[in-house]
Design a protein around this ligand. Structure first.
Ligand SMILES: C[S@@+](CC[C@H](N)C(=O)[O-])C[C@H]1O[C@@H](n2cnc3c(N)ncnc32)[C@H](O)[C@@H]1O
Length: 261
């Protein structure tokens, strides 16, 4: 298991991933499409289509890249008629200029040394790069502290678990783009109009569903089976001791960068 690439573990549970992972705000999709350049839309790391279905509903000319065949099988079912290319972004050759590149919860898996240049090459002048991520926050301070103790005990530190952020961890004021987006450091050398869009929603999981959700996350998937079960048992015991439900405030952030005209 240790030799597996962390970005490629999701297909091990593709159907479950699709069932338990959250989607994205509809407003994000309309906002991003309104800011996009003219032309087709490319989605990098489309997974099972949690974002693809939302873009496809707008009748855009969408192409999806998804390297994992098991994820791509679910994706093809979810967005019939949308071309799905079974490749990484790094191995793909742009077939035409795109007006928009989106990437939901996947841009950090693309080679950091090459991703800006690859996006630049795939976009038309004036085209928009728009990767986005969900950030889960646990507003209940007691539950947050108890889960943090479990994470620390098992060495899961560094904001990698969905319950590792409390609203108090968010910066009080606006953060400069370069600080907010480690995934986009250096992008200003090629792109312009850098800005962030943010959305807030709520999501609750009952403990069994939360266990399934955690099982779909790479940091848990990378643990060996015995260790994963122990960590999940301990985590879910905390949720059960707090009433059996975990409530999240979900912040969804989009990083925008435009290829100059
Ligand atoms: C966390 S999942 C996100 C899937 C989907 N976009 C979503 O929002 O649920 C990350 C996806 O990126 C894919 N992926 C990993 N490395 C990639 C790469 N280099 N290029 C394109 N996709 C990649 C994985 O196969 C996986 O489906």
């Amino acid at each position: 298991m240790t030799t597996r690439e962390r970005g490629q573990v999701f297909g091990e549970l593709a159907e479950e991933y699709d069932r338990v992972r959250p989607g994205y705000p509809a407003e994000l999709v309309t906002d991003v499409l309104a800011l996009a350049g003219p032309g087709p839309v490319l989605e990098v790391g489309a997974g099972t289509g949690k974002a693809s279905v939302l873009f496809a509903a707008h009748d855009v000319n969408l192409t999806c890249l998804e390297p994992d065949a098991r994820m791509a099988a679910v994706l093809r079912r979810r967005v019939p008629g949308v071309p799905v290319v079974g490749t990484t972004f790094e191995a793909w050759a742009p077939d035409r200029p795109y007006g928009l590149i989106v990437s939901a919860q996947a841009w950090h898996w693309v080679d950091a040394a090459r991703r800006h240049e690859l996006a630049f090459a795939a976009l038309a002048p004036g085209g928009l790069l728009a990767p986005f991520w969900n950030v889960f926050l646990v507003p209940d301070g007691d539950l947050y502290a108890a889960l943090a103790e479990v994470d620390a005990r098992h060495g899961l530190t560094g904001n990698h678990t969905p319950h590792s952020m409390h609203p108090g961890n968010l910066p009080a004021g606006p953060v400069p783009f370069a600080e907010q987006w480690p995934e986009l450091i250096g992008i200003e050398a090629l792109f312009t109009d850098l800005r962030t869009l943010g959305y807030r929603s709520a999501r609750s999981y009952r403990s069994a569903e939360y266990r399934a959700y955690l099982s779909s996350i790479s940091i848990y998937r990378m643990l060996d089976d015995t260790r994963r079960e122990t960590v999940l048992d301990d985590t879910i015991a905390v949720v059960d001791a707090h009433g059996g439900t975990i409530d999240f405030t979900v912040h969804t952030y989009v990083a925008l960068a435009r290829r100059p005209t």
